[in-house]
Design a protein around this ligand. Structure first.
Ligand code: AMP
Length: 392
């Protein structure tokens, strides 16, 4: 796939109406935004369009309202925050393609920005319904997709509208494609991937795509126990997918030492933060005990690899990091990423939250805004919300 896409810098914007798909899916509690980073990171594209005299029609999803209007998922708080940040009023349409949206779009003048209601208030959004997409595009001249976090979905507002409007790449999306694309195509070496999380089945495609590109793959988290079992160790009641053992055996053989798995593990006698715990050698987990985190020797060994790398990509926690007694491995990986001189990339999701919680986000070169999207990108999949944008 070509990741070099035309952006608003490549086109004439003067007096044009531009539909911009953003990812304003911010964490909310009691109609209050808990973290406005996704809104702030959309500002460079929005400001550029406004400064170049475009009329800006913003749209986004929020949460999973399942195709029904639900005030809990209204974008009203986003419109309010955008108004504050842009220092100009951002009017919110009360629907997505109805009378209100039509009127708000028509009234939007160059230099102004408006916001449509949650696109997922209409079931046709996620079905990528052509009529719905055509209505989104109505009265608009151009489409800009800046929602990297939704780019792995072929929905009406991420892909469908590109059938009706010339489609360009927003600046946030551009940066994601540049960073992730060059990590895969021409990484500073050694290139290390740290891959964790619960299920091996979710990460197999990722490991297979990265194996020929990486110098090291460090396996952590729940999925590491299936690897350990494939080598013949005892893993107690740890997470394991027996159906993948043969695949992993073949993968380890093919990897010729590139794949490293934990050498020790923190185990618990039940899945509980207050469980009894001990550190044991990986593959020597007593019966009835469960692997919850990587142990100190693994933390040290993997930190050294991260330190000596040129590029590091991290996706997935090293243990049950939601429980404080089993968050040490994830914290150690986050700290090693922050301390490394390598170009460091975090693929969104839990790893991004861990780094943010630890106050280390500033020390990471790139934290992807899309967990699922960056995963699919690194798996080598085509992202429909990217593929539909005009190539440079
Ligand atoms: P994923 O969604 O696949 O990236 O996995 C993230 C989840 O994996 C987190 O909720 C972690 O608590 C969980 N996880 C990580 N390590 C383990 C483990 N050793 N046992 C059980 N769950 C784990």
């Amino acid at each position: 796939m070509n990741y070099s896409k035309k952006t608003p810098r490549d086109i004439s914007l003067n007096g044009k109406k531009v539909l911009v798909r953003c990812d304003f899916n911010v964490p909310m509690k009691d109609k209050t935004i808990q973290d406005d980073r996704r809104i702030v990171s959309a500002l460079p594209t929005i400001r550029y369009l406004l400064e170049h005299n475009a009329a800006v029609i913003l749209c986004s999803h929020m949460g999973r309202p399942k195709g029904e209007v639900n005030p809990k998922y209204s974008l009203a708080p986003v419109a309010e925050r955008l108004s504050q940040l842009l220092k100009q009023e951002v009017v919110l349409a009360s629907d997505v393609i109805g009378e209100s949206a039509k009127a708000v779009k028509a009234a939007c003048k160059p230099g102004q920005a408006v916001l449509l209601e949650n696109v997922r208030f209409d079931a046709r959004e996620e079905k990528n319904d052509p009529e719905f997409a055509a209505s989104l595009a109505e009265g608009v001249d151009l489409f800009v997709n800046d929602a990297f976090g939704a780019a792995h979905r072929a929905h009406a507002s991420t892909e469908g509208v590109s059938k009706y409007l010339p489609a360009y790449c927003g600046f946030l999306m551009e940066r994601e494609l540049e960073v992730l694309g060059s990590a895969l195509a021409a990484p500073a070496r050694p290139f290390t991937a740290v891959l964790g999380g619960a299920k091996i089945s979710d990460k197999l495609a990722l490991i297979e795509n990265l194996l020929p590109k990486c110098d090291n793959i460090l396996i952590v988290g729940g999925m590491s126990y299936t690897f350990r079992k494939a080598l013949g160790g005892n893993i107690g009641t740890s997470l394991c997918d027996d159906s993948k053992i043969d695949t992993l055996k073949a993968l380890l053989e093919q990897a010729k030492g590139k794949i490293q798995i934990p050498v020790d593990t923190v185990v618990a006698d039940k899945f509980d933060n207050d469980a009894d715990r001990q550190t044991v050698a990986a593959g020597e987990i007593p019966d009835g005990w469960e692997g919850m985190d990587i142990g100190p020797a693994t933390r040290e060994q993997f930190a050294q690899v991260i330190k000596n790398s040129g590029t590091v990509v991290w996706n997935g926690p090293a243990g049950v990091f939601e429980m404080s007694n089993f968050s040490g491995g994830t914290r150690a990986i986050a700290q090693a990423m922050a301390d490394s001189k390598a170009f460091t990339i975090i693929g969104g999701g839990d790893s991004a939250s861990a780094v943010e919680l630890m106050g280390l986000a500033d020390k990471i070169d790139h934290i992807s805004t899309g967990g699922g999207a960056s995963l699919e990108f690194l798996e080598g999949k085509n992202l429909p919300g990217v593929a539909c944008l005009e190539d440079k």
